[in-house]
Design a protein around this ligand. Structure first.
Ligand code: WT7
Length: 638
């Protein structure tokens, strides 16, 4: 056995699952002992889902970076912690051993201290996928600052909204980021965001692309200059700040059914235990193996399975700066071959996109190092599952289909590689500690084995969100009110006679576009900001590559501009206000929207029309004006 809490057989899974549900406190007590603590906890768990209040390992003191770095220095100092592959295949890759990463994190933590960052301060990180991003994240954690990483695809307005919501007073960014054949001007986006955020005291800018940037005296400093300052002061050591188990570790913004993203808050201890436990058990990670998670650290997947999971396990995590299709669609396979990757964890959307290039990009690539494959972010269709299994796994690699969310901190429902069987397009069984239930529309728990309903979780688990930043009431109403005494996931699911779950998708107004979560209300708000737009309604529709596409119905006032131009302008407005990831795939101009007499938009009808349905639109008799439906059908482009 590699880790004391690693499950290796089906029997062990059954026992662990049973114990975790019957005696959760004893179960997690024995697992938490495998970490390094400054002070042991007094109580494993205290909770209610009414407030909600969730406390794990109360009274425990620790620092997650001592678990991710310091404790590996004794026996694993020269083990690679991070491997980094550039966007440019010609640029030399980088290797950071545990010793080197510990040194760099300590050094940058000292930079943060020198710049006045204190425990509890919120630090926004907006960087490309360079090792310094992981270093910045860990340096914050080292001194107890709360990091909030923002994905590099979000616009200045989105960043400003998040900076204001978190009242973040420090920003860490890059001059630019390489992505495929583009160099994205990150600092410029930050500059635009900061116009609305005068409370930001300091911006630390890492050199990556060395494109021209403005550097404002008194506010902006270069990463490299700041490093030099701490170097000349001699001691690179930075003792980790002692954190309470329940202190916040980070905030990560995610979309919900309202127009405003919420800041999901994760704790220091519970999150650490969960990220580590799920990493070791879902992927069946063995020390020495190379784990390649293709996500961006701007999403929860990158937090948990590039940074905290692998590093807390003393593992080797591979970080990739580029995109799957640059310089060609063989990029992932080149990387697997070059670094002898053992575990590949990616999104169905990436698999579907690579499938469309055929098998040519695989030629001459040695993928024999692969042992485990994983998917995350959206349901995987059977065709993609088989392509992944046959052509990448060569029929020898288990595929773990991992269902979880930003709010859950780590994987919740998934098969465990080599331990519990995988089934194409099913997430399968809950991990130990997870008690999923299906509820019907009246909120009643469905107790029959075979069932279909809304997916809720009945008991707390260590990695669950603690609150939404600055607004606990929002956390309560979002997740704990619809079904009292349950955590509501927002997903629908079915369960088969063997207890396997299939996630069928969101049942709320949240879209999943290329594995990215986007609220329809958010997109509507952005569209409605455009001059001349009177009203809009946004729904999802099935998309071959992205999983879901964005379909917008827009009522536009008569104007002098041609509609084809207005369409481009609307897209520009959405890109400005949210980011390119939220751009609708289809914009249909309409004269009215199907509404009930009370004024509610009947999205069900709009969804059906977007899906291409023309006949069975369901009951339209409650509509205020049923003729709008015919109008919309007539105007639909086919
Ligand atoms: C939503 C969460 C989990 C990290 C990445 C996305 C969907 C996630 C699966 C899966 C079917 C999935 C759900 C969930 N989802 N994984 N294996 N099968 N659906 O995190 O942005 O918080 O989105 O992604 O709808 O609620 P997120």
């Amino acid at each position: 056995m590699n880790y004391p809490h690693q499950i290796s057989t089906l029997e062990q899974y059954d026992i662990a699952y049973k114990t975790s549900i019957e005696s959760p406190e004893a179960f997690w007590d024995s697992i938490a002992r495998n970490f390094s603590w400054r002070k042991k906890w007094e109580k494993v768990l205290d909770w209610n889902f009414i407030e909600p209040k969730i406390e794990w390992f109360r009274g425990g003191k620790l620092n997650i970076t001592e678990n991710c770095l310091d404790r590996h220095l004794l026996s694993n100092a020269n083990t690679p912690a991070l491997l980094w592959e550039s966007n440019d295949p010609e640029e030399h890759h980088r290797v950071l051993t545990y010793k080197e990463l510990h040194f760099k994190v300590s050094q940058f933590a000292n930079v943060l201290i020198n710049n006045g960052v204190l425990k509890g301060d919120r630090v926004c990180i907006y960087m490309g996928m360079v090792p310094e991003l992981a270093i910045a994240v860990l340096a914050c954690a080292r001194i107890g600052a709360v990091h909030s990483v923002i994905f590099g695809g979000f616009s200045a307005q989105s960043i400003a909204d998040r900076l204001i919501d978190a009242h973040a007073t420090f920003v860490i960014t890059c001059d630019g980021a390489f992505r495929g054949n583009k160099a994205i001007a990150l600092k410029e986006v930050i500059d635009d965001a900061l116009v609305a955020c005068p409370f930001v005291k300091r911006t630390i800018v890492l050199t990556r692309t060395r494109q021209p940037v403005s550097m404002i005296k008194g506010r902006d400093v270069w990463w490299e200059d700041e490093i030099r300052k701490v170097e000349t002061h001699g001691n690179p050591e930075c003792k980790a700040v002692e954190m309470d188990a329940e202190d916040p570790l980070f905030i990560l913004y995610t979309s919900g059914s309202t127009g405003k993203p919420k800041g999901v808050v994760h704790s220091c201890a519970g999150y650490m235990v969960w990220a580590n436990y799920t990493f070791i058990n879902v992927f069946n990670y063995h020390p020495g193996e190379v784990h390649f998670c293709t996500a961006d650290i701007g999403w929860i997947t990158g937090h948990s399975y590039i940074v905290y999971g692998p590093l807390s396990a003393g593992g080797t995590s591979l970080m990739f700066e580029g995109v799957p299709t640059f310089p060609d669609a063989g990029r992932f396979w080149d990387i697997v071959d070059k670094f002898k990757v053992n575990i590949l964890y990616t999104a169905p959307t990436a698999i579907r996109s690579l499938m469309s290039f055929g098998l040519k990009p695989l030629e001459g690539k040695d993928l024999s190092s692969l042992r485990v494959l994983g998917t995350v972010g959206e349901p995987i269709n059977e065709e993609a599952w088989h392509w992944y299994s046959d052509n990448i796994g060569k029929g020898n690699c288990p595929i773990v289909d991992t269902w979880w969310q930003t709010e859950t901190g780590g994987v919740m429902i998934s098969n465990m590689a080599g331990v519990t069987p995988g089934i194409p397009s099913l997430a399968t069984l809950p991990l130990p500690g997870i008690l999923p239930v299906l509820l019907d529309e009246n909120g009643v728990e469905i107790t029959t084995q075979e069932a279909s309903g809304n997916l809720c979780i009945k008991k707390p688990w260590p990695g669950m969100l603690r609150t939404t930043y600055g607004d606990h009431e929002r956390c309560r109403t979002n997740y704990f009110v619809m079904y009292p005494n349950f955590y509501f996931t927002g997903d629908g699911a079915t369960r088969d006679m063997n207890g396997n779950y299939r996630i069928t998708g969101r049942v709320d107004d949240v879209l999943n576009v290329s594995g990215h979560r986007i609220g329809t209300a958010e997109v509507e708000n952005a569209i409605n900001m455009h001059v001349g737009v009177i009203e809009s309604a946004v729904v999802g529709f099935p998309h071959d590559i992205k999983g879901q596409g964005i379909y917008a119905y827009v009522i536009y006032s008569e104007g002098t501009h041609e509609l084809s131009l207005v369409r481009q302008d609307v897209l520009k407005t959405v890109t400005r206000l949210i980011g390119a990831i939220a751009k609708p795939d289809v914009i249909q101009f309409v004269t009215g929207l199907p509404k009930t007499r009370s004024g509610k938009i009947m999205r069900r009808i709009l969804r059906k029309i977007a899906e291409g349905e023309t006949q069975n639109l369901g009951d339209t008799s409650t509509l205020l004006d049923p003729t709008v439906v015919d109008e919309i059908l007539k105007g639909k482009e086919v």
